[in-house]
Design a protein around this ligand. Structure first.
Ligand code: SF4
Length: 300
């Protein structure tokens, strides 16, 4: 059996002491071990920012991609080899500003992969400017004035974009986060996991203490996230609305757990050319001169 240690790399980790990123990394290692994913069957794609370094710190295949482009990379890998467990990891600045178009369209596409958002409200790598999840008017340690822009709600955006599994974890609750990553990876379709990740260096507002007074478990309160395929249309509509209502909660109460889960055909299941097996492992058949000439006649 695999253990978390099998997913630890020998790279030196330079995240700040106390950063929430450490808890997410531990949870990923635990989750992949309990899923019994062999490291050579896992591909992790990081964006730009502190969280973008995650692929270096995990013993698996991985790419530190371009700013906001982790989802196109992950999409390409999944299409080339649907047998891979593909996980995209990136910050809220990366995924909800420059990467917002990819975030929305990955939801519509419903490939069987997982997107984990390291959500800390700031651009930590570049000294703590406001990111898209920081509320308007909030002023963190390194900002000269309050945030002028309104915020984006990643859970609401994920629900509106068609993600078929939507949840939220907290980086200091490794047990819950491990369980949520396992569920997200097991879900057949695109899973979005928002992780509240305190940045103790630059975000002095959303701290461990601040979250500690507000977070609660959705499942402990009986929230039923699963959309049934048994045809209860009215019940499913209410569950969708309830997921939206819970996603709006912030301030006094902040929900953790699975908000929404449904089973729809994945992109891979619908692409005819993928039904014969992964492109990555299929033998390449060179075209004959006659076949090339015939193609040219048809297309040129
Ligand atoms: Fe973590 Fe913030 Fe340090 Fe980046 S700057 S490693 S997010 S504590």
């Amino acid at each position: 059996p695999l253990t978390a240690r099998d997913f630890q790399s020998s790279q030196i980790n330079d995240w700040c002491p106390g950063c929430g990123d450490h808890g997410i990394l531990r949870s990923l290692e635990n989750a992949l071990a309990s899923l019994e994913c062999s490291p050579d069957q896992v591909a992790v794609f990081g964006g730009i920012g502190c969280s973008g370094k995650t692929p270096y710190y995990l013993n698996s295949y991985g790419v530190h991609t371009l700013h906001g482009r982790l989802l196109p990379y992950a999409t390409g890998a999944k299409l080339a080899n649907p047998d891979l467990t593909v996980i995209a990891v990136g910050g809220d600045g990366d995924g909800l500003s420059i990467g917002a178009g990819h975030f929305v369209n990955a939801g519509r596409r419903n490939l069987d992969m997982t997107y984990i958002l390291f959500n800390n409200g700031v651009y930590g790598l570049t000294k703590g400017q406001a990111s898209p999840t920081l509320r308007q008017g909030e002023q963190t340690r390194s900002m000269p004035q309050g945030n002028m822009q309104t915020h984006l709600n990643p859970l609401l955006l994920a629900l509106a974009s068609g993600y078929t599994w939507v949840g939220r974890g907290y980086s200091y609750d490794v047990k819950l986060l491990t369980r949520l990553i396992v569920e997200a990876v097991r879900h057949p379709g695109i899973a979005f996991l928002d992780v509240l990740q305190p940045c103790p260096v630059y975000n002095n507002l959303q701290t461990r203490e601040w979250y500690g007074e507000r977070i609660y478990s959705l499942q402990a309160e009986g929230h039923d996230a699963v959309i049934s395929d048994a045809g209860d249309e009215e019940g499913n509509r209410k569950k969708g609305e309830e997921a939206m209502n819970r996603a709006r909660e912030w301030g006094d109460r902040i929900p953790l757990g699975v908000l929404y889960q449904t089973r729809l055909p994945t992109y891979e299941e619908q692409v005819p050319s993928l039904q014969a097996g992964p492109l990555a492992t299929r033998e390449v058949q060179p075209l004959t001169a006659d076949e090339i000439a015939s193609l040219q006649a048809e297309l040129v």
